[in-house]
Design a binder for this molecule. Structure first.
Ligand code: ADE
Length: 246
């Protein structure tokens, strides 16, 4: 069964977009996933096909109407009743690799793409919608965020990436950033590849990679590092660790 990506958007022409090329594009052609963009405007009822209105309480911009969006959402829910329903918005919970894995293991995902200043909050109360953000910055709409979310899911579908995506060593799978990579030439602009990687000693290489992953995570992502250390402290073996060890 194909992974069904249903996208509710004012810009259906943005899909599959970049997901029509490379690995995701091949998987699409092979039927491993299907891309079903739906024009939200088709669910408007007035002659101008309007989907937005001015914000209650005043202020800049426009707000997406709950009644129009609910009709679009209900249509998608009827079409794909088993697919989780996400709304891309900077007000959502941050997307994680763990959530991506769950989504990729399911029948598909329906994604509502926000535009303008936002979506009438009553829609979130009235429908089972999971608000999702892809980071603490503002995009011009949810479409790019939907493409990012779909890309992260599609590469995990069976047969899409082969061995590469099953790796437990990828960034975030262990709660750490991945170790750094090197390839030929062995010397470039006077810089060499770390000696240990050319030693052929697999135990030493593994230990070096673990150290590098830990150091880079601590320096670049103190938030991840703290969570990683917290989880270690709570594990049966970690509980016995002494504080001064750190
Ligand atoms: N729409 C605008 N900005 C966004 C973000 N950071 N994540 C998800 N959807 C968005």
């Amino acid at each position: 069964m194909s992974f069904a990506a249903t996208i509710l958007t004012l810009y259906p022409e943005m899909f599959p977009g970049p997901l029509g090329t490379s690995l995701a594009g091949r998987a699409l052609a092979e039927g491993k996933w299907v891309c079903d963009p739906i024009q939200i405007r088709d669910f408007a009822t007035d002659k101008h096909r309007s989907v937005d209105d001015t914000p209650a309480g005043g202020g800049a911009g426009m707000v997406m109407r709950a009644d129009v969006l609910a009709r679009a959402v209900d249509h998608a829910l009827e079409k794909r009743p088993d697919a989780p329903l996400l709304a891309m918005t900077p007000r959502g919970r941050p997307l994680t690799q763990a959530r991506v894995r769950e989504l990729a293991a399911g029948p598909g995902v329906t994604i509502l793409c926000g535009r303008f200043e936002g979506i009438d909050e009553r829609l979130f109360e009235a429908r089972p919608i999971e608000p999702v953000s892809i980071g603490d910055y503002i995009l011009s709409g949810g479409e790019m965020a939907a493409l990012v979310t779909l890309d992260a899911c599609i590469r995990l579908l069976p047969g899409v990436m082969g061995a590469a995506s099953s790796g437990d060593e990828e960034s975030f799978e262990s709660g750490l950033l991945e170790y750094p990579h090197y390839t030929r030439p062995p010397e470039w602009e006077g810089r060499t590849i770390p000696e240990v990687l050319r030693s052929g000693d697999h135990a030493k290489i593994e230990a070096w990679r673990k150290t590098m992953a830990e150091n880079d995570t601590r320096l670049r992502r103190p938030d991840l590092w703290e969570r990683h250390e917290g989880a270690r402290d709570q594990s049966p073996s970690g509980a016995r660790r002494q504080k001064k060890e750190r």
